[in-house]
Write a new protein. Sequence first.
Length: 441
Amino acid sequence: MGFDKKGISAIVATVLIILITIAAVTIIWVTIIPMLQENIASTEQFDVDLSIVTTKGYTAWDDETNMTTIQVKRGGDDSNISRIQLIISCKGNSYPFDVPAPLSNQAKTYLVKFNCEPEGISVAPIFSSYSRQGNDIGSISHKIDNLPEGNIVVKAGDNYFDENGISHSVECTSDGDCSGGTPYCVSEGCVTCKVESQTTDCDDSNECTNDACSINYICQNNFVDEGITCSVGVCDGQGNCGECNYATDCVDKKCYDKHCVGMGCVYSLITPCTMFFDDFETGQIWEHDVFEVGGEDSWAIFSSSSGGSIDFSSNWAGVPGQLNDEFESSYIKSPLINLIDATIATLTFNSWTNDEGDCPFYDAEYIEVSIDSGSSWTTISECPEDLLHDSYDMVLRKFVYTLDDYAGQEIKIRFRYDTIDSCCGDEEGWYIDDVNVTILS
């Protein structure tokens, strides 16, 4: 049988072409894929969201223990990283070390012990390298300077890194040694690690407290319940050992009757009760000033010997006779008056008026109340009709106004007088006496 050499040559050529193509694809695959993977890893670096938390004391340095806490927060990225690098600057040197990375949308706190104060901290992601054995460190994601000082509390079993990046575990021995720290539950300060033998030092020698270490090994001095017997009497539930003493324990509260019942003071509101009274016999406790620019302020305390033609046989406050045709625009303002415990309250005062009348076009009187220490005022009586504007009978008349709208608050009261102009001021003016604020219930 004969063979067609031309047919065999075609088959061989075809096979060779196929083999060459496969070899070329293999070479391209081996060369290009790592490059693509490197590019992917490089792109991921821009997707990692790492930041150092500087609020609420999560990142701080303790100069007593040389401990530093660093909290790193990671955003919602999906980058494939399992570790990060922390770089701490100290006395001009940089100390990098690798630590496990926080999970996506989580934060992780790291404890580091250095022999000097950190001057700055940086954080960077670490990516697995496809082109070579090892890891690639990404660009620094966040950096902070000037760490705040803080009281860093650690306990037995906590892990920390030293300046060489070596991990250690906090150990507490029976004698209280805690790698240079201070053991928990000692009177000098309970701050570092658990020492069972020190629990008795939590006792503050107060018979009215139960003293023990908490679950976090912190000394707790909890007040015992009221009524527990102590050496000088009975614990009152507030850390005091002894019976209630009316003279020393019960605070003086105006408008309240007070007495001791068992271990505490009992108060009962007494009504009616005068919260404020001034008859102007003991001097000036009111502020007085000009109300309107250009006006006069003639408010003062007067007596029968200094009040013009008036004689009420006592002292009173007011604006004396307007015999100089002056423009009076002024007020007197009371001290702060407490109506916090009131539900019903009244203002009473005695008054005498002699002016032009026809309020508010000429002489005018206003009675006002403030609930913000005088920043703003509400008028409770404008040109009161019951004021006798031309009375010359030399009689002070009593006026009463309700203050129920101001119950539960602290108030000031103001009497304001305004002549509107400087014309025709030949009247005596306005006088106030015996101002009284009373709680009725």
